[in-house]
Design a protein around this ligand. Structure first.
Ligand code: MG
Length: 254
């Protein structure tokens, strides 16, 4: 059987995906509002699990490929897939990235954001957060019927470059909706060729992962935690979008 290059969701699926994505956005914002200095990431993860269940959902990441926590919590030089622990305490000046997946009624939402803890970020941290968030918005604006994947990836990449940030290449966005990870890949950088055409019914998780230093990353011995190669900080913002005939809907706006 040929592996599908992308998925066009049916109207019935889209109705369920819309609900799951909305719950995921609510959970993300409630979890973000719970972040406090002095809290362990394990405490935050337990709060996240309780929030997701209180909304009637299931934490998608728990047990996904063996992942051992409710959500991903990635501090500072951790790019993505950080695992909560009792010994990791959130401190003033940290960048905390939360990546939240919620499964509801056989559909899946996936969204992420990074927050600066306590006070105003310095210029570098501000550039990192602004550049990554604005790149996501640029990607959303380019994610429309008739464009190709290169338009989307190029829009994200351009903002990253303008902010002089390292654009992670080893991890990319993805189709999403029924399963957590569906085709196609949604890269944050361009490669030769235009890529697939974006078509109505596609649901894409756009998720720039940008670094203050090198784009290079490595995976720790726990086989999950992804860190920057130079120890500099990273940020991560993610929304799910539905490509429509005439307009694109951000499903995780909240
Ligand atoms: Mg994702």
């Amino acid at each position: 059987m040929l592996k599908r290059k992308f998925i066009i969701h049916t109207p019935e699926e889209i109705a369920r995906i819309r609900v799951a994505a909305h719950l995921t956005a609510l959970a993300r914002d409630q979890i973000a509002a719970s972040i406090q200095e002095g809290m362990s990431t394990k405490e935050l993860d337990m709060i996240a699990g309780a929030i997701i269940r209180s909304l009637g959902g299931k934490p998608t990441f728990l047990g996904y490929g063996g992942f051992p926590a409710n959500i991903c919590i990635s501090l500072n030089d951790v790019v993505v897939h950080g695992i909560a622990s009792n010994s990791q305490i959130i401190q003033k000046g940290d960048i905390v990235s939360i990546d939240v997946g919620v499964t509801f009624d056989g559909a899946t939402g996936d969204t992420a954001l990074s927050v600066y803890v306590g006070g105003e970020p310095d210029a570098d941290n501000q550039r990192l957060l602004d550049g990554t968030r604005l790149a996501l918005e640029a990607g959303i604006a380019a994610a429309k019927n008739g464009n190709c994947m290169r338009d989307l990836s190029g829009a994200v990449e351009k903002v990253g470059q303008a902010h002089k940030l390292g654009i992670v290449r080893d991890f990319v966005g993805h189709g999403c909706g029924i399963r957590l990870h569906e085709p196609p890949d949604v890269p944050n950088f361009t490669t030769p060729g235009s890529g697939i055409k974006l078509l109505p019914g596609m649901v894409l998780a756009i998720e720039p992962m940008f670094n203050l230093g090198t784009y290079k990353v490595y995976v720790e011995k726990d086989n999950w935690t992804v860190r920057t190669a130079d120890g500099k900080r990273s940020a991560h913002f993610e929304h799910m979008v539905l490509i429509g005939e005439d307009q694109t809907e951000v499903l995780t706006r909240g």
